[in-house]
Write a protein that binds this ligand. Structure first.
Ligand SMILES: [Cu+2]
Length: 318
């Protein structure tokens, strides 16, 4: 299985950056959007928003905006199937996350919350006599992973028609999961699909493994990149789920120093959350100079996170 962010790395424990205290005052003035955290889709051609970013040319791509607030998603835009730009501005004071599941049409948000409770609750897991099996009706479909306050993530995801449940599995502050505080939304992607095509990325990074649970790595991750805009394709060429969590380290810090500090002070950029073999998600990045790390916290059968088994790349942006 997998824990949203808390993963042992030897003696180290990755923790999410603590809340930005300065932003606390600001959050009080935020309009919180819908209180029940759920907006149903309306499917009209107007959902096709003019394509403004990236090198997508004249492609027919939807735009879905997931405003992340403390603690709700406010959803705007395209809910038709096909290639869709998923834009998540983190407008809250805390880190947020948009973990996407494709679910059977007769399932709802409560079914997913019940499932997550079973898998993420350490007491429930400890009490279980054997590890519960993840059901077929909920498929991991990536989405922007942990994203620091004030940052915006932009992925391009090809949605098959059907129902999706999106949750935030963060728990700052106080240890209550954001999805239990209203940060959950259900979207039915239906109607005439966006024709696409998916844009061509200028860089492909793969998630790979030896299919024996022993060795994991990111394929073709560059050691250096030029600053500026990059459209990156993250592709799962492995045999199990992988994720592509991306963080920029604090200025002047080496990766060793950053891990020593449990990545505190890093800027989380919302790289794709776990998705399955054969699948891919694109990400529009605007990189500033610095040192970045790409990480996968999915766990092998022995509950060792992939990051401990090689799934860690450093990228220096110049
Ligand atoms: Cu992995």
């Amino acid at each position: 299985m997998w824990k949203p962010l808390f993963a042992e790395r030897g003696a180290l424990r990755f923790i999410t950056p603590v809340l930005v205290l300065i932003a606390l005052a600001a959050v009080l003035t935020f309009a919180c959007g819908d209180d029940d955290g759920e907006e149903r889709a309306t499917n009209t051609p107007a959902d096709t928003v003019a394509d403004t970013g990236g090198n997508t040319g004249g492609a027919d791509i939807g735009t879905l905006t997931l405003h992340a607030t403390d603690h709700a998603f406010r959803v705007e835009g395209a809910k038709r199937p096909g290639p869709t730009r998923v834009v998540m501005p983190n407008e809250g004071a805390y880190d947020h996350y948009a973990l996407i599941f494709k679910v059977d049409g007769d399932r709802d948000a409560d079914d997913v919350l019940e499932l997550l409770q079973l898998f993420f609750d350490e007491q429930a897991m400890a009490a279980a006599t054997e590890e519960p099996e993840w059901p077929d009706w909920a498929v991991w479909k990536g989405g922007p992973s942990v994203l620091s306050a004030g940052e915006t993530a932009e992925l391009i995801i090809d949605f098959e028609p059907g129902r999706y449940v999106i949750v935030c599995p963060m728990d700052q502050p106080g240890g209550v999961m954001h999805y239990d505080q209203g940060m959950v939304t259900v979207i039915d992607f239906e109607g005439e699909p966006h024709a696409g095509p998916m844009p061509a990325a200028d860089l492909v990074i793969t998630g790979e493994d030896d299919a024996e649970g022993a060795s994991y790595w990111f394929g073709d991750a560059p050691e250096t990149l030029d600053a500026g805009a990059h459209l990156v394709e993250f592709r799962n060429d492995g045999s199990e789920l992988h994720e592509f969590v991306l963080a920029r380290l604090p200025d002047g810090m080496t990766p060793d120093e950053a891990f020593e500090a449990e990545l505190e002070g890093s800027t989380w950029l919302g790289g794709p959350a776990p998705f399955g073999p054969g699948d891919r998600q694109l990400m529009q990045l605007d990189l500033q100079p610095g040192t970045y790390v790409l990480l996968c916290f999915w766990e092998n059968d022995e509950a060792v996170p992939h990051v401990d088994l090689g799934m860690l790349s450093e990228i220096v942006v110049e």
